[in-house]
Design a protein around this ligand. Structure first.
Ligand code: SF4
Length: 620
């Protein structure tokens, strides 16, 4: 038996009354169905956001395919229903179910969440509650379901420790299968949850929070984190060493309805050679590894043939840093153009934006081009180690304008460490220089005029970056800077937009929070906070009340300068890059000194010491 007929009947009664019912029925092409009689371990893979967002996520597709390759393991997908669907489910006592079998996920062995951004934390609690699973780990005593989390946010999982049984730190391909094998063994032996967790804590990369005690100083900072045997004192991130041969999905679940990124995606590289000091992804995914050109080609062909997609995107933190990017594009376009497949390349850096790359992407990019200088002056770009120059931005703009584009979007951050008003004025100056570049082109089309959109976000200090010690700028300071830039911006061809401060503040609090923050998350959720990443559902007043009722200060977590000596809430997690390196990089930032990228020179960030010499060897 593959699907739960009883659940299907219940859903049939009302599904046509909710928006986009196809989000909730499963059965899409590429879905994996198994006979439950043959399955020993069941995994509910939850994405704590809507179907459209979760279905676009490559990590989920990788782990879904990988686990389902094992005949007696079944991994199914679960997303957060939107409020209209959730209300109907609650009215009819329908628990959260998985899209393949339609079985309630409370009966699964694992309920695993991929945690991509901090603003999904209350959605995780809502999904557990809707599933009929107690949200507090201490109230779940049976062996199953084990609630686990992975993804970038778990590098500081402390605010979530009250709710989860374990976290998978680092790359999940090997760890997930090891955990499933352990569950299979524990179920056969009749082990308890405590016995399972004790064994899980000994798998490299697995963090079992209940096996660590945290004490605090009088000033509220963390005093000590103590591991209980046999848990390791430091949980070391897992890394896939042979990236070229790592599992890559041969098929995707192809949705009935449109999703955010509805196309084939092939991962070309992991990690980043850069060291932008604000960027968490740039450090937590180290070391840099890339696939061979032929591997990318074969994976592209297989995926396009199996899914029928006519668009493929190359995925990475910075695709243009692929060592032979032009050769790769030439190889891929020979296949994609012959088969009328569009090739899209997100994540391009302006200093690697050549005419050749532009030619390859311009066939599919119709709207505008986006570049991310991040800061308005060279001084501040040096502080943040964004090793690009104004001339890089202008030469990219020139190529784009000559290719017929007229609109360019530029991303910047406000509130970066050491930022002055001159840096804010520099944002406008750079945007104006881009406009001027358009008029330098003698062959520009008559009657066309350029436009530049300046998009401003508020800088959020993140753990495992050289800026993890920095305070986030206050709301008053950010508002003053927003006002300043609108005053200096006198060119009507330039428009400016910015993100809400409240959202950035909450993200900063959750990103560097300790275990006590879990109480505020719980209370905010109890007050009705859910889907906080969505403007229409975000209710900052409820969050403020929740923190106040717990006696916790948001400013303590977000706006406070942290000393190099302070014990970070995440200090028992080893993401391979050393704390000493971050301290050194922070000092270099304040001195305005840049650090070369890994391809130019190894800066001994700690990765080599942790995993051996592979990362540097790979770069040569
Ligand atoms: S060890 Fe060197 S090459 Fe490797 S990630 Fe760190 S700085 Fe880059």
């Amino acid at each position: 038996m593959y699907r739960n007929d009883e659940m299907m009947k219940k859903l049939d009664e009302f599904l046509l009354d909710v928006q986009k019912p196809s989000r909730y029925i499963g059965g899409e092409s590429g879905s994996v169905f198994k006979d439950k009689e043959d399955v020993d371990v069941r995994f509910a893979f939850c994405f704590p956001d809507t179907y459209e967002i979760g279905m676009s996520h490559l990590g989920m597709k990788i782990l879904y395919g990988l686990k389902n390759r094992v005949p007696n393991y079944w991994c199914e997908r679960v997303f957060m229903p939107l409020p209209d669907m959730e209300q109907k489910m609650r009215e009819r006592n329908i628990p959260l179910y998985a899209l393949e079998s339609l079985d309630p996920i409370k009966d699964f062995d694992f309920i695993g969440f991929t945690i991509q951004y901090e603003l999904c934390y209350t959605t995780i609690l809502e999904m557990l509650d809707l599933a009929g699973v107690p949200v507090l780990a201490s109230e779940r005593t049976a062996l199953t379901p084990i609630i686990m989390g992975g993804g970038p946010c778990v590098c500081n999982a402390e605010p979530l420790c009250d709710f989860f049984d374990l976290f998978a730190i680092g790359e999940g391909e090997e760890m997930n299968l090891e955990l499933m094998r352990l569950m299979e063994e524990c179920k056969k032996n009749g082990s308890t949850k405590a016995e399972f967790l004790e064994k899980a804590a000994q798998i490299e990369g697995i963090y079992v929070p209940s096996m660590y005690d945290v004490s605090y100083n009088e000033d509220g900072t963390v005093q000590k984190i103590t591991a209980k045997a046999p848990a390791p004192e430091q949980v070391k991130k897992r890394v896939i060493k042979d990236f070229d041969s790592v599992y890559s999905p041969e098929n995707f679940v192809v949705p009935f309805t449109d999703i955010v990124h509805n196309r084939a995606v092939v991962e070309v590289l992991r990690g980043c050679i850069r060291g932008c000091r604000f960027c968490q992804a740039g450090f937590i995914y180290r070391p840099f590894r890339e696939k061979k050109t032929n591997t990318v080609l074969e994976q592209t062909k297989t995926l396009c043939e199996n899914t029928g997609y006519d668009e493929v995107s190359l995925s990475s933190l910075s695709t243009s840093d692929f060592s032979d990017i032009e050769g790769l594009l030439e190889t891929l376009t020979a296949y994609t153009s012959k088969n009328r497949i569009n090739l899209s390349l997100p994540s391009l850096r302006v200093d690697r934006f050549s005419e050749k790359i532009f030619e390859e992407i311009s066939a599919v990019r119709k709207s505008g081009l986006t570049f991310a200088p991040e800061a308005g002056t060279q001084r501040l770009r040096d502080v943040i180690n964004k090793n690009i120059k104004e001339s890089d931005v202008l030469s990219s703009a020139k190529i784009a304008f000559e290719g017929g584009y007229t609109s360019i979007k530029l991303y910047f951050m406000l509130g970066l460490p050491t930022e002055t008003d001159d840096d804010i004025r520099g944002i406008y100056a750079l945007a104006k220089a881009v406009i001027d570049e358009f008029y330098q082109n003698p062959n520009r089309k008559k009657g066309k005029s350029p436009s530049v959109s300046i998009s401003l976000s508020t800088f959020i200090p993140k753990p495992f970056t050289p800026f993890e010690f920095e305070p986030q700028a206050s709301e008053a300071e950010i508002k003053r800077k927003q006002k300043l830039i609108t005053e200096v911006c006198i060119d009507k061809k330039i428009n400016i937009s910015w993100s809400k401060y409240d959202v950035s503040l909450l993200e900063a609090v959750l990103a560097r929070g300790d275990r006590r923050v879990g109480k505020a998350i719980y209370l905010a959720w109890k007050k009705g906070c859910v889907l906080d990443g969505w403007d229409e559902y975000f209710d900052f007043d409820k969050w403020k009340q929740a923190f106040a009722e717990c006696g916790l200060s948001m400013e303590f977590y977000a706006n406070r300068q942290r000393s190099y000596e302070e014990t970070a809430p995440w200090s028992h997690i080893n993401m391979l890059v050393s704390r000493e390196f971050f301290v050194e990089e922070n000092k270099r930032a304040h001195a305005g000194v840049t650090t070369p990228n890994c391809r130019e020179k190894c800066s001994n960030c700690g990765v080599i010491g942790n995993i051996g010499g592979e990362c540097c060897k790979n770069l040569r």
